[in-house]
Design a protein around this ligand. Structure first.
Ligand SMILES: C[S@@+](CC[C@H](N)C(=O)[O-])C[C@H]1O[C@@H](n2cnc3c(N)ncnc32)[C@H](O)[C@@H]1O
Length: 241
C-alpha cells in the first residue's frame, strides 16, 4: 500500500487490517477467488474442513500428490501420524490408504501436553471423524495409540512409507519424534515435519536442522509454504538404499 493511500485509511480500519495479520483466513478458504476453479481436491478438502485442525487446502494437495506418487511407484507401507488432534490431517491420510495398508496414530488426547489445546478429542471422536471421511475403511485398519510419543512402542521391524509429525513443538520433543520416525520410515519414504520456521515454535526448526545435519540418509524433498499458515511443512525423504 503506498503512503498516500495509507494516509486515507481510517485508523480503526488499519487496526483491523493489522489484526488480520498474515491472512490466516486463507487457512480455511476454498473461495474461487483465492484458489481458482475448484477441482476434485477441493471436494476432498471440503469433507475434512469441518473437523477442527490446522491442516489446510495446500497440505491436502501436497499430501495427496505425494501419497499417490508413492503408490504409483510401487512404494507400499503403512502411514503414521504423531499428533492428530480431532483428525483433520488423519482423515486425509485414511482416505489415501491403499489396499492392505494401515494407519497408525499416536496422540496424547486428553492428557496435558507442553502446548495447550482447546476442546481436546477422545480416541472415539477421532475415529468418528475419520470414518465420516472414509466410511468404507475397516476399523482394524486404524490403530490408535493414546499415549505420548515417548511412550509409543512400535515393533522395531515396523516400517512406514509416510509419516506426519505434528505433536509436541519443543526442540526436545520434535527431535525425539524425528529420531523415532527415522528408525521406522521405509527406504524412499517421507517424514513430514509440521511448523518448520514457525516463529512461535523455534524448537521445531532447531530440531529439524539438527536432525538433517546429523542424518545424511535424509534429504529435503520439499519445504512448503501454505496459505494462511505461519509455519511451513518440510518433507524429508529417506534416500533409497
Ligand atoms: C497441532 S495438533 C495436531 C493437528 C492435526 N495434525 C491437524 O493437522 O489438524 C497437535 C496434537 O499433538 C498432540 N500432542 C502434543 N504433544 C504430544 C506428545 N508428546 N505425544 C503425543 N501427542 C502429542 C496434542 O494432543 C494435539 O492433539
Amino acid at each position: 500500500m503506498s503512503k498516500a493511500i495509507k494516509a486515507l485509511v481510517p485508523r480503526r480500519l488499519k487496526k483491523w487490517l493489522k489484526g488480520r495479520g498474515h491472512a490466516g483466513y486463507l487457512r480455511e478458504s476454498t473461495r474461487f477467488r483465492d484458489i481458482g476453479s475448484p477441482g476434485p481436491m477441493i471436494e476432498i478438502f471440503e469433507t475434512i474442513k469441518p473437523i477442527p485442525g490446522w491442516f489446510n487446502v495446500d497440505d491436502c494437495s501436497h499430501f495427496s500428490l505425494l501419497l499417490a506418487q508413492q503408490s504409483l511407484l510401487g512404494l507400499e507401507g503403512d502411514l503414521l501420524e504423531i499428533g492428530s488432534y480431532h483428525g483433520r490431517s488423519t482423515a486425509l491420510l485414511a482416505a489415501c490408504l491403499e489396499d492392505g495398508e494401515r494407519l497408525v496414530v499416536c496422540d496424547a488426547f486428553e492428557s496435558e501436553t507442553e502446548d495447550s489445546y482447546a476442546e481436546r478429542p477422545s480416541p472415539e471422536t477421532l475415529l468418528r471423524n475419520i470414518r465420516r471421511v472414509a466410511p468404507a475403511l475397516d476399523a482394524d485398519r486404524v490403530e490408535i495409540h493414546e499415549c505420548f510419543s515417548n511412550d509409543l512402542r512400535l515393533d522395531p521391524e515396523r516400517r512406514f512409507r509416510f509419516i506426519h509429525i505434528d505433536g509436541g513443538h519443543s526442540r526436545e520433543q520434535a527431535l525425539f519424534d524425528l529420531e523415532l520416525c527415522s528408525r521406522h520410515v521405509l527406504s524412499g519414504g517421507t517424514i513430514v515435519m509440521d511448523d518448520y520456521h514457525h516463529p512461535a515454535w523455534p524448537g521445531v526448526t532447531q530440531a529439524t536442522d539438527e536432525f538433517l545435519a546429523a542424518n545424511d540418509r535424509f534429504v529435503v524433498l520439499a519445504d512448503l509454504n501454505r496459505h494462511g499458515a505461519l509455519g511451513r511443512k518440510i518433507y524429508l525423504t529417506r534416500i533409497p538404499d
